[in-house]
Design a protein around this ligand. Structure first.
Ligand code: HSE
Length: 291
């Protein structure tokens, strides 16, 4: 049987949990291993000519970052995760490479080592942690090293609005301020603390309120993602449990009971939103090897 590596997409930040909170969702990047011990690395994919098909590929670079002695492999990439949309496509690629190396390496690695290598490549742990471990993850960097706690997410539907344009993380981070005034930082931190408490106690009404009160990034990114305010307003009209910018955007995620999704989508389309609406579920397993 062909060995497959399956890695979920992820939705980071959840509003005030900037660079810290992340959620694994059921869109997947899959690697199919076609041959082992090949003369050189061969990566088959349909992601376009700008994505390398050799050792320069990000998946291979991540695999070699975990184990530089890994023998080359020939594998195929099948991805349901759109690029540069705020659903963790690069983190999924990094985590796929790391799981690939873990599976085929002669060495053994702990989950913490996988997290450390993945975070070093990605720069922050909020997407790689849910891609690795599934569910809701709460992460931070301590003396440069990532720590992650995992928790289950409350029972609520997730509706992603995926616009038909890309937004590079670099561009979306370039609009953020270098510093926050002390009072604003204290408020943003306390909102984030309370949001985590609301998530852990599964208090959906409190989540609905707090997830929309981010002070770290959404106010600065709003001009790049004007559909966020539109969708948030529609969410209020239909009784959603909160709307936030997924990762660096442009995808926007709404916590919404599935029965209310058709009405939400109809209202958004009536306001001229032409992107894709996707109902998602939490991935509870994280990255896994099949076969
Ligand atoms: N926390 C990151 C950001 C996620 O919002 O920029 C994207 O990598």
């Amino acid at each position: 049987m062909t060995v497959k590596i399956v890695v979920p997409a992820s939705s980071a930040n959840l509003g005030p949990g900037f660079d810290s909170l992340g959620l694994a969702v059921n869109r997947y990047l899959t690697l199919e291993i076609l041959a082992q011990n090949t003369a050189s690395w061969q990566v088959e994919h349909e992601l376009g000519s700008q994505v390398p098909s050799d050792e320069q590929n990000l998946i291979v670079q991540a695999a070699l970052a975990l184990d530089p002695d890994l023998s080359p492999l020939h594998f195929k990439v099948i991805s349901e995760i759109p690029l540069a949309r705020g659903l963790g496509s690069s983190s999924a690629a990094i985590v796929a490479g790391i799981k690939l190396a873990q599976h085929f390496s002669a060495k053994t690695f702990t989950d913490q080592e996988l997290l450390e290598v993945a975070t070093k490549i990605e720069g922050h742990p909020d997407n790689v942690a849910p891609a690795l471990f599934g569910n809701l993850t709460i992460s931070l960097l301590l003396n440069g090293q990532p720590k992650t706690l995992t928790a289950t997410f409350p029972e609520i539907g997730l509706l992603a609005y995926i616009p038909d344009f890309e937004l590079a993380t670099k561009d979306s981070r370039s609009v953020l301020p270098a510093e926050l005034p002390y009072k604003a930082a204290v408020r943003a931190g306390s909102v984030g603390n309370a949001l985590v408490a609301a998530l852990l106690t599964k208090d959906l009404d409190l989540i609905a309120e707090l997830i929309e009160l981010d002070g770290y990034h959404e106010p600065y990114r709003q001009k790049l993602v004007p559909h966020l305010a539109t969708l948030r307003q529609i969410g209020h009209e239909v009784g959603a449990k909160g709307t936030y910018l997924s990762g660096a955007g442009p995808t926007v995620m709404t916590l919404l009971a599935p029965a209310k999704m058709p009405d939400f989508i109809a209202k958004a389309q009536a306001k001229g939103l032409t992107g894709e609406f996707v109902s998602l579920q939490i991935d509870q397993l994280g990255a896994r090897v099949i076969g």
